[in-house]
Design a protein around this ligand. Structure first.
Ligand code: ZN
Length: 463
């Protein structure tokens, strides 16, 4: 294929200007966090632990007690959505500076009535979560994470498949010898949603009267190990995620192959950017880590929920300010921190090179999202772009401007439109990935570090 003509402002490698030792240090920390935090709950917990170790106080916004005297506050919404607040010197009514990232990632969810037996195997029925290419999720090792209640009503946090001694689970695929009909289907139809059932057991029960002996034995093993019965699955929230650790890629160790970069790479860099603020800021700084972005940001833990309003309302009350929540929001600025598509050398034809992101060229600024004539887009104003680019240039943070692909080829959205709907001046900015939404996504260590620098600078300078 012909090499795309490379024009535009975005063709300088960030590796030329970043401190490579600092990049490596930062990447190692990030990899250790995402190695252990593979669900929205686990990531919220990991960030909460880090924040509390750095002096943030966990507060219940619904509590009637006065807030403790602290300018570093942490709020957690139902275990899946965290908000970090660093109070500034200026009144909240002047607006706040925010970075919002999502902490959910595409995965395979377990159904509420999951266990069945077929062909001498016990399997879990599943329903995929988010925009996945289904064929990528078969034949890989999967770990089971999530929440289930035992017979005594005790909440268990499952995490099976991450330790070497743990078993893993796996979805089968048909062998090529018998896969002719599958091979002739469209790629999107080659693996059906209902063909994503995961194998979870194989040994039959010794009770010969059992109609489904493998299922019966699996239930027995599950009861022995977890003290739960079949009914417990009805009230469980279980997710299957790739049972693989983050790995460095390339002879030069320059990239990270891992599950869930989208969007924990932004969640981690944004949180770190806030935690590393040295001085008390002028304007209040907020990092929002939200759930459910991959399925539309709905629900009480997604960006469309009003948890942010609840916190601001409570803060105004605690600070004795007369401003309204709407005034605070309308005066605020935000980065919607989410990943973009990096130009893929194997699939150059879907990109328009001058306006596509290149992995390793720094944080990607995206004026607008959406698809087909910018439908359903968040489209940032020139003023917003100008202010942010000035901040990046002042701090010498490598950046590039890009949109997702060629016109009419596809598109996507982020939480930006749910922020800007509230009157918050919002801009999309995040790293470019390869293999986005695959079980293992690929990110450049240089971009990871550029995002950290960019979010830190934005929080510091706001406007
Ligand atoms: Zn995302």
């Amino acid at each position: 294929m012909k090499k795309p003509e490379e024009t535009g402002l975005n063709k300088t490698s960030a590796w030329d200007s970043v401190d490579r030792k600092a990049v490596d240090r930062f990447a190692t920390e990030y990899m250790s966090v995402i190695r252990d935090a593979k669900t929205e709950r686990e990531f919220v917990e990991a960030i909460a632990t880090i924040a509390q170790a750095e002096g943030y106080t966990l507060i219940d916004p619904l509590s009637r007690k006065a807030f403790p005297k602290s300018d570093k506050l942490l709020f957690i919404n139902r275990g899946k959505n965290a908000v970090l607040v660093r109070l500034g010197k200026h009144p909240l009514g002047d607006g706040v500076t925010m970075v919002a990232a999502h902490v959910d990632a595409p995965r395979i969810d377990v159904k509420q009535n999951p266990l069945f037996e077929s062909t001498g195997l016990a399997l879990f029925q599943t329903h995929y979560y988010g925009g996945i290419k289904k064929y990528q999720w078969v034949t890989i090792p999967l770990a089971l994470h999530g929440v289930v209640f035992d017979k005594n009503g005790r909440k268990l946090q499952l995490r099976i498949g991450e330790d070497e001694a743990d078993p893993v689970f796996s979805i089968s695929d048909i062998l090529p010898h018998l896969g002719q009909a599958q091979a002739e289907k469209k790629l999107s139809e080659g693996v059906a949603g209902e063909a994503l059932d995961a194998i979870v057991g194989h040994i039959p029960s010794s009770n010969k009267n059992e109609k489904t002996p493998v299922k019966a034995n699996s239930l027995k093993v599950i009861a022995e190990q977890l003290h739960i019965d079949e009914r417990a699955f009805a009230a469980a929230e279980l997710e299957m995620v790739p049972a693989m650790k983050p790995r460095e890629v390339g002879f030069d160790h320059s990239m990270i192959l891992a599950y869930g970069h989208d969007d924990r790479i932004c969640g981690y860099t944004a949180a770190r950017g806030l935690l590393d603020q040295r001085n008390v800021p002028d304007r209040t700084q907020i990092v929002l880590l939200v759930d459910k972005e991959e399925i539309g940001s709905d629900g009480d833990t997604g960006m469309q929920s009003e948890f942010l309003e609840l916190i601001i309302e409570r803060l105004l009350h605690e600070l004795n300010e007369k401003a309204t929540v709407r005034q605070v929001l309308w005066n605020s600025v935000a980065l919607s921190a989410d990943v973009g598509a990096g130009m893929d050398p194997n699939y150059l034809d879907v990109f328009e090179a001058a306006n596509a992101a290149t992995v390793g060229n720094g944080i990607v600024i995206t004026k607008f999202t959406g698809s087909r004539g910018k439908t359903s887009a968040h489209d940032a104003s020139a003023e917003t772009l100008h202010k942010f680019l000035e901040i990046l240039d002042k701090k010498a943070v490598p950046w590039q401007v890009a949109e997702m692909g060629k016109v009419d080829v596809g598109g996507g959205g982020t939480v930006a439109k749910f922020l800007s709907k509230r009157g918050i001046e919002t801009l999309d900015a995040g790293p470019a990935l390869l293999s986005m939404h695959a079980p293992q996504e690929l990110a450049s260590k240089a971009d990871l570090y550029c995002c950290y620098l960019a979010y830190r600078a934005f929080l510091e300078q706001g406007r």
